[in-house]
Design a protein around this ligand. Sequence first.
Ligand code: ATP
Length: 319
Amino acid sequence: MTQPFEAAIAAFAPGLPLAVGLSGGADSSALLLACARRWPGQVHAFHVHHGLQQAGDDFVRHCEALCNRLQVPLQVARVDARHAPGQSPEDAARRARYQAFSALAQSASGQPAIKNIALAHHADDQVETLLLALSRGAGMAGLAAMPARWQREGLLWHRPLLQVAGGAVRQWLAEQGVGWIQDPSNRDERYTRNRIRLRLLPVLDEVFPQFRDTFARSSRHAAEATALLRELAEADLAQVGVPPAIRALQQLGAARQANVLRHWLREHCATTPSSAQLQALLAQIKACTTRGHCIHLKVGSGFVQRNNAVLDWYNSALL
Ligand SMILES: Nc1ncnc2c1ncn2[C@@H]1O[C@H](COP(=O)(O)OP(=O)(O)OP(=O)(O)O)[C@@H](O)[C@H]1O
């Protein structure tokens, strides 16, 4: 029987050349090995040194040794991934990593240029992402978890292992006789993601043995719903206008108003309202029936205020 890992690699059809994000851990080592075998001479590896932990240099050495063995060109980017006050360390590292990948793709020598990048997130990572979203009370977009493919800044990103359990990835790699490096921070239970992986997933395995497939199916439903909500928001925004007219907003039901306002704020004002802020704004729009009614509310990183017939948003930090 074909292993789930092998089936996922057989079904993977990226554009070439392909770069694999190689952390040095089991998952990305397995993905790199499988891709390098499948497309010899057309695979590159990108490693990002976050400069955050002592073990960083060990990761680089492991990546160099693996890439030498596979004859895969390796590019290493060093980034400063320290987090700003109030920002999560994982988020800061992730942002720095994606920026570094884009820069590496642009600077990689050889023709044609690298336009495809693969990451080794697997089904366990997907479940962790969904559970993290649930723990924050996320909306549809958060429950959609990670997409298997997306496009950004001219690059195509892939997650070919999203349906393969982490155990199946490691089992395949062990069968190939290839070692990997353990990230010591993966065992640090101060991080919620690690607590989910180390404590919750074993229990889920016992109670719902199919949870990887069924949770992933729910995330795909949420991704479809997110796409529909976006289409509806775009159509509604075309009706209410930019900036949105209060009268036109009042013609929509509350859920549709919330949907279109969230979209306006995200796409046109680059800010995300909290649920409480959005509820307060809806209440103000409903109450806005006289000329003299004033609206001035903190929303996201700025304020929404009434400006005659429309709502305006301004960024308080720029005043
Ligand atoms: N420092 C890094 N350099 C390059 N790619 C990375 C790096 N960190 C993560 N990635 C990519 O993002 C994927 C997901 O990262 P995450 O931190 O969730 O997993 P991981 O535990 O590092 O996975 P792995 O078992 O491959 O180490 C990795 O599998 C890899 O493809």
